[in-house]
Design a protein around this ligand. Structure first.
Ligand code: ATP
Ligand code: MG
Length: 296
């Protein structure tokens, strides 16, 4: 079969740095699924997601972003790219997974959620099976799947948190952001007290401020919720972030040597040095968990 989808499949494989292999030779690779979330809105999730994607891509990893903030098309705006298709086209079998992936900068691909994430609840079994088969293809194409969520704890967001291998919980030094982050940890701990939640303090004035906040969250969470948080690091407050957002260019591209870009590069190193890559469950585990949370 040599239709448009097949051509695209080859394109995606090639541009993702992969090679077309025989069925038997296909590696049993599993993508690591990382959900980026926060208690309070506007703390920097989308900036963390796109710039972390760039930093990981520069480390040689194949990265895809799923924009699961269905209210606002965040990722598109920060990349300054308008995608042709969204998750909705995949769900309703109008397009294949190869077609719904949009090219971002430096080999990154992204998939816009649109209202597709909420549609998941309404699919029948056959539609779901097709959808899952499609998403499972991502395992072979990518090393990392980054999921940018909306703020707060809707059922959708909680599902993406619980289904992921790792969670990056973004907060700022503002007391409201910290208490909202703690509230999120509290809800998650009731469902899974072993969840890998990585604390990232964004817009920090300095390292000490960030460390104090992360330490406090860790202590309180362990004491009252019996959940061990992981300290992922911090990103300094940097005017270059605001400037880059206005230009619709990720700061790691706008100025790779700015303070925020250095911080995100350290975070990428930490994320992929400390935890074993084979700890990932791949998309099969992720999707089956996700669907069970959606009540499918
Ligand atoms: N390290 C930083 N230094 C300075 N400004 C920052 C930094 N990180 C984020 N910002 C500012 O905060 C704004 C919000 O960031 P972003 O859109 O990434 O947050 P968000 O958590 O995704 O928001 P939402 O909850 O609405 O999805 C950005 O437009 C940028 O101006
Ligand atoms: Mg956002």
């Amino acid at each position: 079969m040599h239709d448009q989808a097949e051509t695209l499949r080859k394109l995606v494989l090639n541009s993702a740095g992969g090679q077309l292999l025989d069925k038997q030779e296909e590696p049993q690779k599993k993508a690591r699924v990382i959900t980026i979330t926060s208690g309070k809105g506007g703390v920097g999730k989308t900036n963390v997601t796109v710039n972390l994607a760039l930093a990981l891509s520069r480390k040689g990893l194949k990265v895809v972003i799923l924009d699961a903030d269905f209210g606002l098309a965040n990722i598109d705006v920060l990349f300054g790219i308008v995608p042709k298709y969204t998750l909705l086209d995949l769900i309703y079998d109008r397009k294949s997974v190869y077609e719904v992936l949009t090219d971002g900068p430096e080999n990154i691909k992204f998939l816009s959620g649109g209202s597709g994430v909420e549609e998941l609840i309404r699919l029948d079994r056959t539609q779901l099976r097709k959808f899952v088969a499609n998403i499972n293809i991502l395992d072979k194409l990518f090393d990392v799947i980054l999921i940018d969520t909306g703020a707060g704890l809707s059922r959708n967001v909680l599902s993406f948190i619980l289904a992921a291998d790792d969670v990056i919980l973004v907060t700022t030094p503002e007391p409201t952001a910290i208490t909202d982050a703690y509230a999120l940890v509290k809800v998650v701990s009731r469902r899974d007290h072993k969840k890998h939640i990585n604390i990232l303090v964004n817009k920090a004035e300095n390292m000490t401020e960030a460390e104090n906040i992360a330490n406090k969250l860790c202590v309180v969470s362990e004491k009252f919720l019996s959940l061990k948080l992981l300290k992922l690091g911090y990103i300094l407050y940097d005017e270059n972030v605001t400037k880059s957002v206005k230009l619709q260019k990720p700061f790691a591209l706008y100025d790779p040597r700015c303070q925020a870009a250095k911080c995100i590069s350290d975070i990428a190193d930490k994320l992929f040095s400390e935890q074993a890559a084979d700890s990932s469950q791949g998309t099969k585990g992720f999707i089956s968990k996700l669907l069970s949370f959606f009540g499918a």
